[in-house]
Each structure stands twice: as structure tokens, then as C-alpha cells.
Write a protein that binds this ligand. Structure first.
Ligand code: F6P
Length: 510
């Protein structure tokens, strides 16, 4: 599909003019003073997620101009192409259909039928594992999208995890990680899930081989019972010796795969119904993104705000502040989702871009971050938009804590915006620092599913406006190739032809 380059549109030029005329000097405090309805105008209830954008550097006119940009870059047509199953991942010539993993079964669509067959089989297996008291430990071996999603979701939904099973996530090729996990395991009580879309990833295959070796050395024999593979490459898994396999498809990107068989650890943790609720929550957000008019379309509004911040305000980073400790892995998950999707410097046709793309995403749960780096957010030289995520109802019953937690989230957002003038420079808070505030009623599979799908579509939106292929990840290839060569050199002590720094370090590390 041909779409105009965003920086060549009339809307882009209008946004530049508007930024110079009003955007750069925009003041949140003045905006609230001028519009008593600002909170109502700039907040929105989407499926399972309430979002307050009123503390964003946005006014009506900016939103209108951003919507004009979406129109000129044909965001809706691009979105519809994704939902129609067109091969919008053009550099890999693949469709992008992770949304189908959470859509109800459609008997007329063979892909949907296959999705639901696998889902049913995987959930039946999950229930079988849950009902088996002899399996006490589930070890997920995978990296990137085959680790971050399941790890984040199992932690997020810990309130609903059935007691009696421990979950471990091993991703790093660093043997310290696997060794530390194996130390406490017994082969007869362990289920290893080898999660890899390609079943070729060096880290995962190295860890899987070591785990299998450990299992056999410890006297374990029933591989079919203690190992399962989650992969699109079922043949490679069989060759590896794993016969219990759950497949998925090349149209599911790694970082979009927790909804597929890669989600098996989540299903074991929260049960089949919990996993179906997670899918249903995400599906509700898919429908919202697919059908809501852009002015009321939350993922689109957020993605457009991201473009405004990145390309006009020039912000290069965004801080994620989940005010719920169970969401502690969410920043890392969102980091991969956005930075691997949109960290590109060429468009989908390979032409260099003359504007910025993915910001750096980072963060820690509140209130911890407040006592670490919030100093910089309040008084540093850079303005960093902050995203607060609060959950209204706690899933513990300790009195007092949750109100204080929520009060802190509100206070931080308020302090960032309002600031506090003081003649003594070190006590001065400039304020006018933007934030977005998300509220979930409770942290449940459904609300988590919706929150994640919201972010997927938001990343789609900014990537679409920028004209990049948000679904490839060529940038990880070079390091992989060089590591293979350097591993050989490290073993042999061969520094021939290497740059002086790599050669010197290689010598040092031998
Ligand atoms: O780091 C690149 C990457 O391809 C990610 O996109 C992916 O999630 C990860 O590696 C793991 O890949 P696989 O699931 O094929 O092992």
C-alpha cells in the first residue's frame, strides 16, 4: 500500500507551524485555567482502560492537526489492511495477525480455526499441568518476545496464580541464570517449556540443551512429560527430542506472541478461563482500535501524541511508572514492544528517514522510582513525559497501603504539572512537565489484556505515521552474526583482522 511520507504532508508542515506558534510555549497550568472542562475533554474510557490525557501538552488544535496527519498518512487504511490480513510486514513479506489470536473462532477462516484448535489443545495441557501436584516448578526457557510477555503477565497476575507451582524464567545465555534456577529443582517435579518462535535462537537453544542435559544427568527420563516446545518450528523441536509441541504462525511477531502458544506459562499460572479472559480483554481493545472514529480512538490518540512529542517537541524518552508492583516487568515488556518495533531509521521501503522514531522507554514501579530518578523528572534539564498506571482496587487486604500508593501517583503527576516556583533555584520546580495517567479498575486478565493491546496499537499508530515497518527487527541480526565469529576467535585466541579495541578486550577476557 502506498502512503505518503509523513514529513512530506501538508499536515506535517501545519504541525511545525503550530508548534512554533503555540506548541513550544504551551503551558498546562494556563490550559487548565482556560478550560474548566479540560479533564473531561482530554480523558477517555476505552475498554477496561481509562486514560487521562489532560496533563499532556495537547490542545484541541494540536489534536485536530494530528488527526489531519493520520488522515494524510492513511492510518485507517493501514490499520484496516492489518485487520484484513494483508502482508503489511513488507520487509519479511508477512501478514500481521496477532489480533486473530484473541478473536472469537470464525469457522469460515482456516487461520482462525487453526488458532482455536491450538488454543484448545494448549489450554487443555495447561489444565492438566495445573491438576498435577507432582509438577511443582515450571521453567520457561526463551528470550525477547518468548520471555518478556509471559514473564511480565505471570508477575502481573500473581494475585490469581494458583498456589502450589513456582514459575521461573530463564532467558540469558549467561549460565549464572540457568544454574541458579536448576539449583533448587528436581527433575521429576519440573516442566521445562522451551519457547522460541524460530527454535534457532542461540540463547534459548543453549539453555534448552543444558536443561535437557541436567535433566538426564539427574536421572530424569520422560522427556515427553517434562519438556514442551512452543514454536513455529515444530520440526526443529522434534529433532531436538521434544515431542510435546504447541505451534503458532509466522504472522505472529515475537514481541506480539504472548497471546499464542508462547502464553502457555500464563495459562498454567492463571488457568484456561483466565487465559481466555486475557484474550477477551485484548480483543475488546482490538475492536475499539478497529472501529472507533479516530478522535475517540485511544490507541490512535496516544500514538499521535507520541509523534507530537517525538517529532515536534523533540522528546527522546518516555518513562513508564506503573503504580503496582505486580507490573514491575511492564516497562521491560513495553521497551521491546516499542523500541524493537519502531526503533528504525529507514522507512518500509528502505529509504532513510529525516525525523526521529522510537523514543527510549524506561521505568520502574512507583513509588520506588520516586526515590531514585524522579529527581531528574522534576528538575532535570530534559522534559520526559511520564506514564502513570494506577489500579483502583488492590488485590491485597493490608490496610492503608493502597491509598498511599494512589496518593503518591496522583501527587507526582500533579507536581510534574504544577511545579512550585521558588527563588532559591535548587528548590524551584518549573512544572509544565507532561504525564499521561491510566487507570484500571482492577488488575485482572481482562484489564491486562486490554492494556497490552492498547500499547500494541499505539505503537502501530506511530509506526504507521512514520511509514516504517514496525514488524521486522533487522537491527538484531548483525550482533548475532558477529557473536558467532567472536565465539570462535575467543576459543582459539584468534585476533587476526580485528579492530584494536575488540582484539585487546578479547585478549583480556581469555
Ligand atoms: O532479538 C530478536 C528476536 O528475534 C526477538 O524479536 C524475538 O522476540 C527474540 O529474538 C526471540 O526469538 P525466538 O522466539 O525465535 O527465539
Amino acid at each position: 500500500m502506498s502512503r505518503p511520507r509523513c514529513d512530506k504532508t501538508a499536515a506535517w508542515r501545519r504541525l511545525q507551524d503550530h508548534y512554533r506558534a503555540a506548541g513550544a510555549a504551551f503551558d498546562l497550568r494556563a490550559a487548565f485555567a482556560a478550560d474548566a472542562q479540560r479533564f473531561a475533554h482530554f480523558s477517555q474510557q476505552a475498554p477496561h482502560v481509562f486514560a487521562d490525557l489532560s496533563k499532556s501538552l495537547l490542545d484541541e488544535q494540536t489534536e485536530q492537526l494530528l488527526l489531519g496527519l493520520a488522515q494524510e498518512t492513511r492510518l485507517e487504511a493501514h490499520r484496516d489492511a492489518m485487520f484484513a490480513g494483508e502482508r503489511i510486514n513488507n520487509t519479511e513479506n508477512r501478514a500481521v495477525k496477532h489480533w486473530l489470536l484473541r478473536a472469537p473462532r470464525n469457522a469460515a477462516d482456516p487461520d482462525s480455526v487453526a488458532v482455536h484448535e491450538t488454543l484448545d489443545a494448549m489450554l487443555a495441557f495447561a489444565e492438566q499441568v495445573r491438576a498435577d501436584p507432582t509438577i511443582t516448578d515450571v521453567v520457561n526457557i526463551g528470550i525477547g518476545g518468548s520471555d518478556l510477555g509471559p514473564q511480565m503477565a505471570v508477575a502481573a497476575l500473581q494475585g490469581q496464580v494458583t498456589p502450589g507451582k513456582r514459575f521461573h524464567f530463564v532467558s540469558n545465555i549467561d549460565g549464572h541464570e540457568l544454574a541458579a534456577v536448576l539449583r533448587d529443582l528436581k527433575p521429576q517435579g519440573t516442566l521445562f517449556l522451551v519457547a522460541s518462535k524460530t527454535f534457532t535462537t542461540l540463547e534459548t537453544m543453549t539453555n534448552a540443551r543444558s536443561a535437557k542435559h541436567w535433566f538426564e544427568q539427574q536421572g530424569g527420563s520422560d522427556i515427553a512429560r517434562h519438556f514442551a516446545a512452543l514454536t513455529t518450528n515444530v520440526d526443529a523441536a522434534r529433532q531436538f527430542g521434544i515431542t510435546t509441541t504447541f505451534g503458532f504462525w509466522d504472522w505472529v511477531g515475537g514481541r506480539y506472541s504472548l497471546w499464542s502458544a508462547i502464553g502457555l506459562p500464563i495459562a498454567v499460572a492463571i488457568g484456561a478461563q483466565g487465559f481466555r479472559d486475557l484474550l477477551a480483554g485484548a480483543h475488546a481493545m482490538d475492536e475499539h482500535f478497529r472501529t472507533a472514529p479516530l478522535p475517540q480512538n485511544l490507541p490512535a490518540r496516544l500514538g499521535l501524541l507520541d509523534v507530537w512529542y517525538r517529532n515536534f517537541h523533540g522528546f527522546t524518552s518516555r518513562s513508564i511508572a506503573p503504580y503496582h508492583s505486580a507490573l514491575r516487568r511492564l516497562p521491560a515488556y513495553l521497551q521491546q514492544l516499542e523500541m524493537e518495533s519502531n526503533g528504525k531509521s529507514v522507512d518500509a521501503q528502505g529509504r532513510p528517514l529525516a525525523f526521529g522514531t522510537s523514543p527510549v522507554l524506561w521505568g520502574e514501579p512507583g513509588t520506588n522510582g520516586q526515590h531514585a530518578y524522579f529527581q531528574m523528572l522534576h528538575q532535570g534539564t530534559d522534559r520526559v513525559p511520564v506514564e502513570f498506571i494506577a489500579v483502583r482496587q488492590p488485590s491485597h487486604s493490608l490496610p492503608g497501603h493502597h491509598q498511599l500508593l494512589l496518593a503518591n501517583a496522583l501527587a507526582q503527576a500533579q507536581a510534574l504539572m504544577q511545579g512550585k516556583p521558588d527563588a532559591a533555584g535548587h528548590r524551584n520546580f518549573s512544572g509544565n512537565r507532561p504525564s499521561t495517567f491510566f487507570v484500571l479498575e482492577e488488575l485482572t486478565p481482562a484489564t491486562l489484556g486490554a492494556l497490552l493491546a492498547l500499547h500494541e496499537h499505539r505503537v502501530f499508530t506511530s509506526g504507521s505515521v512514520w511509514g516504517i515497518d514496525s514488524f521486522d527487527q533487522w537491527g538484531v541480526e548483525l550482533g548475532k552474526v558477529l557473536a558467532t565469529d567472536i565465539a570462535r576467535r575467543l576459543a582459539a585466541g584468534d585476533v587476526e583482522g580485528l579492530d584494536a579495541s575488540t582484539a585487546g578486550l578479547l585478549d583480556r577476557l581469555r
